[in-house]
Write a protein that binds this ligand. Structure first.
Ligand code: ATP
Length: 247
């Protein structure tokens, strides 16, 4: 079965350091795939390669059957790959609703920069349901800069969904959140529609096991193991890697 996203033999070097050394990754439609591994394993680098912000020295990235290796982040977002960053990237002076409408722009605006009224109204209409989906209806009219960190994270996910992605790349979404915010985030991510596949980089293994159906483990820029959460949880190889390089 071919995957929605297929990366093959990805290599990224920083001087003499091989951040990624021949990594393959396949993500299927609607899959919940987690990428774990000790510090410095290459997780963020791989996310950057898939999102288009880092160009590998070798390897291919195909999405929906097409080579996207030459495309940057904006072009990949238009194709359906959307990245959520460690620090929520929202427009602080715009309201939550306005942030979601702006995030839909690359999808609704024409190549010549037109924004036909019908498309604008459609973008505005979808903002409400997306904010509702992310539990933000009560703060829809608040400037994003006034929101709590957890709410900004939720807003960023609503913004990503406004682009109608087929793959969300989530880089440590729980970083900096309180225990209550993490619980809320997990519920919201579990409720994401299966039309969206997710690749999650996360240090907290409890979240990984709660959110993923497939786990790939990187170590020193290579794939150490891949399997179901149960297989990974009980893998002696993975336990050893974590014991040697604390995640
Ligand atoms: P962490 O869990 O600590 O975030 P990671 O698994 O995400 O780690 P990466 O951030 O991908 O790992 O880094 C992989 C290796 O590449 C590390 O040794 C890191 O120091 C190195 N590295 C990453 N980015 C750069 C860069 N821009 N220049 C030089 N080295 C880099």
């Amino acid at each position: 079965m071919t995957g929605l996203l297929e990366a093959q033999d990805v290599r990224v070097r920083y001087g003499s350091l091989a951040a990624l050394d021949g990594v393959d990754l396949c993500i299927h439609d609607g899959q919940r795939h987690a990428l774990i591994g000790p510090n410095g394993a290459g997780k963020t680098t791989l996310l950057n390669v898939l999102g288009g912000s880092t160009k590998p020295q070798r390897g291919t990235v195909r999405f929906d059957g097409r080579d996207v290796g030459r495309l940057g982040p904006a072009a990949r977002a238009r194709r359906g790959i959307n990245r959520i960053h460690q620090r929520p990237a929202v427009f602080p002076t715009l309201t939550a609703t306005e942030n979601v409408v702006v995030a839909a722009l690359p999808r609704v605006i024409s190549r010549r920069g037109w924004w036909p009224g019908g498309r604008r109204r459609a973008a505005q209409h979808q903002a409400g349901p997306l904010l509702d989906q992310m539990g933000l209806t009560a703060v829809a009219a608040e400037p994003a800069g006034h929101l709590a960190h957890g709410q900004r994270r939720q807003l960023e996910i609503a913004m990503a969904l406004a682009g109608r992605p087929r793959l969300l790349l989530l880089d440590e979404p729980a970083a900096g959140l309180s225990a209550i915010e993490v619980g809320r985030l997990v519920e919201l991510l579990q409720a994401l529609p299966r039309a969206v596949a997710v690749l999650l980089v996360e240090h907290r293994l409890d979240l990984v096991y709660a959110l993923s159906d497939t786990v790939t483990v990187l170590r020193d820029g290579r794939t150490l193991a891949a399997g179901t959460p149960d297989e990974i949880r009980t893998s002696p190889l993975v336990r050893q890697a974590y014991a040697e390089g604390v995640a």
